[in-house]
Design a protein around this ligand. Structure first.
Ligand code: UDP
Length: 193
């Protein structure tokens, strides 16, 4: 893992396997660690949105979503080690959560979608511990955080779309008892079909 600033943000340039190991490493910190996937859209949004910029600056890891970013970072002399995007990470993460007994909570997308994604993931990973889910159209943060904490999830996947998901994770990470929260965009829609 190397980290160096590009576009004023610090990126984690690493292989997918190392990224997944980092997500699963519950011994790394007492508090909930956070990770985002950065693509060209995030860079554009962050240029105009100071809350997003600040969320990205204070996250533990900004993985580089290779689509569109490979060329952009090469221009500033960075060779991408891997394409660390959420869609490619999820299968590897699920496999390793299943093997290690780690549990996951799915937060986000329209009502019913996270449950559908959970069903479909359970078919592929029958021993995966999906300990809860909640849709992404809520106002009461505290109630949702209480539900996540009651589930005792190790990992929280947050799919509220950008920039809401990054800002939500950043503002609420101190209340989350999970070991890691990841913002995953439209991932539940993708895996529910
Ligand atoms: N979403 C949500 N709550 C919101 C806004 C969006 O749960 O307040 C969900 C939306 O249903 C979709 C996901 O966020 O499942 C990602 O949306 P989109 O594809 O627009 O975001 P991106 O992947 O571009 O970040």
């Amino acid at each position: 893992h190397t980290s160096r600033p590009v576009f004023g943000l610090s990126f984690s340039n690493c292989q997918m396997e190392e990224a997944v190991s980092w997500v699963l490493d519950s011994t790394a910190s007492q508090t909930c660690r956070t990770a985002f996937f950065i693509n060209a859209n995030s860079i554009n949004l962050a240029a105009e949105n100071s809350a997003l910029r600040s969320a990205l600056k204070s996250s533990n890891r900004n993985f580089i979503d290779g689509s569109g970013m490979r060329l952009a970072v090469r221009k500033v002399g960075v060779q991408l080690a891997d394409n660390c995007n959420g869609t490619d990470m999820l299968p590897q993460l699920c496999e390793r959560m299943e093997a290690s007994g780690k549990s996951v909570f799915l937060l986000g997308a329209k009502p019913g979608v996270a449950e559908k994604a959970a069903q479909s993931l359970r078919q592929t990973y029958p021993n995966l511990r999906i300990v809860g889910s909640h849709h992404g159209y809520f106002d009461d943060d505290e109630a949702v955080i209480a539900q996540i904490n009651q589930s005792k999830a190790d990992i929280v996947l947050v799919a509220l779309g950008s920039p809401r998901q990054e800002i939500w994770v950043d503002s609420n990470k101190h209340k989350l008892e999970a070991s890691c929260a990841l913002a995953v965009g439209g991932l539940f829609d993708f895996f529910s079909g």
